[in-house]
Design a protein around this ligand. Structure first.
Ligand SMILES: [Ca+2]
Length: 89
C-alpha cells in the first residue's frame, strides 16, 4: 500500500494538537511540520519529525515538553497545547 504524502500528513497532524493549524510567518499553511519542506513534506525530516518518530509517532508528555527546534519554547507551547500542564492530559 502506498500512502501519499498528503494522506500521511493528514494522519500525523491528527495525532498532534493543532498541527493542522500551523502556518509560516506569512500565514501560509505548513501541513508537513515534521519535514524540512514543511509545505509539501516528503524527503528529509526535521528535528521535530525525528523526535515524533522516536516517540512512536504519538503525542506524548515527553514530546510535548521537548524543544525540538531548540528555540527555548516547548513543542507543546508552540502547538498551542497550553498551559504546558496540558502536556500531561
Ligand atoms: Ca521549540
Amino acid at each position: 500500500m502506498v500512502v501519499s504524502n498528503a494522506h500521511a500528513h493528514y494522519m500525523y497532524t491528527k495525532a498532534l494538537p493543532n498541527a493542522d493549524l500551523v502556518v509560516d510567518d506569512f500565514g501560509k499553511p505548513t501541513p508537513a511540520i515534521g519535514h524540512v519542506n514543511m509545505y509539501t513534506g516528503g524527503g528529509t525530516t526535521n528535528q521535530f519529525g525525528k523526535d515524533f518518530k522516536n516517540h512512536q509517532k504519538t503525542w506524548t508528555v515527553a514530546l510535548c515538553q521537548l524543544d525540538s527546534d531548540g528555540d527555548g519554547l516547548s513543542n507543546g507551547l508552540e502547538l498551542g497545547a497550553l498551559p504546558e500542564s496540558a502536556c500531561s492530559r
